[in-house]
Design a protein around this ligand. Structure first.
Ligand code: NAD
Length: 266
């Protein structure tokens, strides 16, 4: 069986940069019709949509703030108006507002939880409603819809100075597994990917130069990840090649979650 997403509609949030951009591009290469959501930077999303269309694919860019209920509903409406359905959601949007917990403002706590966790809930809920409305599309996929949450190794590894972010990603683990338990009998597949250190804008300070070298100490496989490493895993989870994978988090981290500090006997 080939990895094809031919004519499946894939909606990717936060896809004007980084992992979301790479996922949207890879999904389009696999034949999906792509809805490229952006928050504040429309230009790269519009440019990616144009590039996909130039290559013979189908894509639109839609601005929406995933932490706002009305925006998320409008985003899904735009997807259905353009392409008639939604088959795959990649709930990717996320941000960091780092501070020692004693210094962290309530605003920074709320912003991270609202985008990283509530945003994923709102998008997953909208996707489930759409999957239920449209029903099975067996000529395209065995599953009746697929949701892929973007988590992080920090759903597992505590992260000093980033309590809001780690809490949001820890929340995604149980959000994802609870939804998966709930909707499996509807043949809707729900999974997550948990990247380690992937070089993107979110962590540019930590992945380059001296900081990048130190980071390698935490990665047994010995290299910093590339956005395409995550996109490849997302592609597989979106395709029927993973049809029996449900309620799982796939770590894409070069082994970062293997507690490499214990390599020298702890
Ligand atoms: P990024 O900053 O390039 O991408 C984040 C995207 O989310 C941006 O496009 C941004 O516009 C979007 N976004 C932010 N607030 C939004 C909102 N309110 N509504 C809609 N979109 C919004 O960084 P990235 O590394 O590509 O991060 C993507 C996801 O991957 C995030 O969820 C992040 O937590 C996760 N992640 C990244 C890494 C890494 O090493 N890069 C590791 C683990 C997890």
């Amino acid at each position: 069986m080939n990895l094809t997403l031919d004519k499946q509609v894939a909606l990717v949030t936060g896809a004007s940069s980084g992992l979301g951009y790479a996922c949207a591009e890879a999904l389009a290469e696999a034949g999906a019709w792509v809805v490229i959501n952006y928050h504040s930077h429309g230009e790269p999303a519009e440019a990616l949509a144009a590039k996909i269309r130039d290559n013979g694919g189908r894509a639109i860019a839609v601005g929406a703030d995933v932490s706002q209920e009305h925006d998320v509903e409008r985003l899904f409406e735009a997807a259905v108006n353009a392409f008639g359905a939604v088959d795959v959601l990649v709930a990717n949007s996320g941000l960091q507002k780092d501070a020692a917990t004693a210094e962290m403002t309530l605003q920074d706590w709320n912003t991270v939880i609202n985008v990283n966790l509530t945003g994923q809930f709102l998008c997953a809920r909208a996707a489930l409603r759409q999957f239920q409305r449209q029903g099975p599309r067996p000529w395209l996929s065995r599953a009746h819809g697929k949701i892929i949450h973007m988590s992080s190794v920090h759903q597992l590894i505590p992260w000093a100075g980033h309590a809001n972010y780690a809490a949001s990603k820890g929340g995604i683990d149980l959000l994802m597994r609870s939804i998966a338990q709930e909707v499996g009998e509807q043949r809707i597949r729900v999974n997550a990917v948990a990247p380690g250190a992937i070089a993107t804008a979110i962590n540019a300070e930590n992945t380059q130069g001296e900081a990048g070298k130190q980071l390698l100490e935490l990665i047994p496989y010995g290299r910093i990840g590339e956005a395409r490493d995550v996109a490849n895993a997302v592609l597989w989870l979106a395709s029927d090649l993973s049809d029996y994978v449900h309620g799982t988090t796939l770590f894409i981290d070069g082994g970062m979650s293997l507690y490499p500090g214990f390599r020298g006997n702890g």
